[in-house]
Design a protein around this ligand. Structure first.
Ligand code: GDP
Length: 443
């Protein structure tokens, strides 16, 4: 997501790691490199100038700390500036008061319909964690794009929201009809999908203004496509002047241009970004938390998001069982196999690496690929074992190893590697047990 910028910053800090102190020359070079990295990430030029000017001030005002390496000091300065830049004018803290109408706006193709389904999924999942149930109504007044209403109906069902089709054909009258339905049936939330156009359009704005005046939605959210880069800024400014909006959601952040859009939007518009869309599926929505985003932009990893991802995908009871197994002396290959399954549930190895500090930049795509293939092989080998073999690896004699290799389509050498890795994991678990979970690991 932020790979491009992260790589650029990674190279920059690497370059600086050989320096022993800040000098006029290396400071100027650093500022030039930061400028180039941001411009290449599609950050608007005046934003880049502001950013580097502030980093320069921080660098000049900085007493060089004797015991801290200059590249580490620089990382800290850039990190803190990025966080400040992305926290301008208000909190990115997300919450919907109940009951509320949420009007979702944006150009056609920005991702409004998809994002509504993701929002429903998010709100419902959060509520379920607190053992609550949220009743959510979704409806559309987009009568211009063919099949827009049907598309919303399908995704609403996938996200387990109630879909309502207005009888009225005029968007403003339809919005009122939908609102009456929402009030009458006492839903907690109404997500209203509105019409977008390919480009800015006066009629579209007037329609939105009228719906806004009639419904007085508590929340107006602007959905912006991060891939449109700097153009998204002027789109946002127009929506703000004409209709006003409360917060935005940046979609398609899984694209490369995403860092520029996030930085520029936050700095120029000074409005919250509530979420970022990171794919086409329902769970591909992440809260926008400036310090975590800055960590990812700088390849510092993002353990908090990783832990939340794990929490979402794996139930607490499963985690507990696994932790117990991991920390017990009797960990078996059965547990090891389950651990692999759990990891697969959370995501691919390459998608998880990005969150782990210090690893993100160190492994090549080939190494990660090889790791992924190895994990798949391990799973196949474990599946070819009998329950007895999985419980107690000491029974594995040569003929059993041969049989397992044939059964799993691997080689005896692969079986031996698995046993070796399993032994390492057990040793590692022993270490963890001594220092506590995660103890000393990510310092
Ligand atoms: P709308 O016209 O604003 O309602 O846009 P849609 O919701 O129909 O989305 C347009 C296209 O963008 C669809 O193909 C979506 O699957 C895709 N899309 C939406 N959000 C994301 C995202 O965060 N990442 C990616 N990769 N695609 C997205």
């Amino acid at each position: 997501m932020f790979d491009f910028l992260a790589k650029k910053f990674g190279d920059l800090f690497e370059l600086f790691s050989k320096e022993t102190t800040f000098t006029d020359e290396n400071t100027a070079k650093i500022l030039d490199e930061i400028k180039a990295a941001l411009i290449d990430s599609d950050v608007p030029y005046d934003v880049v100038v502001d950013f580097t000017r502030q980093v320069k001030q921080d660098l000049l005002g900085k007493k060089v700390l004797k015991n801290v390496r200059p590249d580490e000091q620089l990382l800290k300065i850039v990190y803190e500036r990025l966080v400040k830049f992305m926290s301008q004018g208000g909190q990115d803290c997300f919450s919907f008061e109940i009951p509320s109408v949420v009007m979702v706006m944006g150009l056609q193709g920005a991702g409004k319909t998809t994002t509504i389904a993701k929002l429903v999924h998010f709100v419902k999942t959060q509520a379920e964690k607190k053992r609550k149930n949220r009743s959510i109504l979704v409806a559309s007044v987009d009568f211009y794009r063919p099949a827009a209403v049907e598309q919303l109906e399908i995704v609403a069902q996938q996200a387990a929201a109630v879909f309502y089709r207005a009888q009225e054909q005029n968007p403003v009258a339809a919005a009122m009809e939908i609102y009456q339905k929402f009030k009458k049936d006492r839903y907690d939330l109404l997500f209203l999908d509105t019409a977008g156009r390919l480009h800015f359009d006066e009629q579209m704005m007037q329609e939105l203004q009228q719906i806004n005046q009639k419904l007085l939605p508590r929340y107006k959210i602007l959905v912006l496509d991060a891939m449109t880069g700097q153009q998204s800024l002027s789109i946002a400014q127009t929506f703000d002047q004409k209709v006003g909006f409360y917060a935005s959601i940046l979609t398609k952040m899984d694209s490369n241009a995403s860092a520029g859009a996030a930085l520029a939007f936050r700095y120029v518009l000074k409005k919250p970004i509530w979420f970022i869309g990171t794919g086409e599926k329902l769970p591909d929505l992440q809260e926008f938390v400036p310090d975590r985003i800055a960590q990812r932009m700088l390849n510092m990893g993002d353990m908090q998001t990783l832990i939340e991802k794990i929490d979402d995908k794996i139930h607490a009871a499963e985690q507990e069982k696994m932790n117990k197994a991991l920390l017990s002396d009797a960990m078996s290959l059965e547990d090891f196999g389950l651990q692999i399954d759990m990891m697969n549930k959370v995501g691919s190895l390459s998608s998880l690496m990005k969150y782990i500090p210090g690893i993100a930049n160190k492994l090549s795509a080939e190494q990660i690929d090889a790791g992924e293939r190895e994990v798949k092989r391990f799973r196949a080998i474990i599946s070819s074992m009998t329950p007895k073999e999985r419980k107690d690896v000491t029974v594995l004699n040569d003929s059993r190893k041969q049989r397992i290799a044939v059964g799993s389509g691997t080689t005896v050498q692969d079986v031996l590697i698995l046993l070796q890795r399993f032994e390492q994991v057990k040793q590692y678990a022993k270490l963890l047990k001594k220092s506590g979970p995660f103890g000393g690991l990510f310092r």
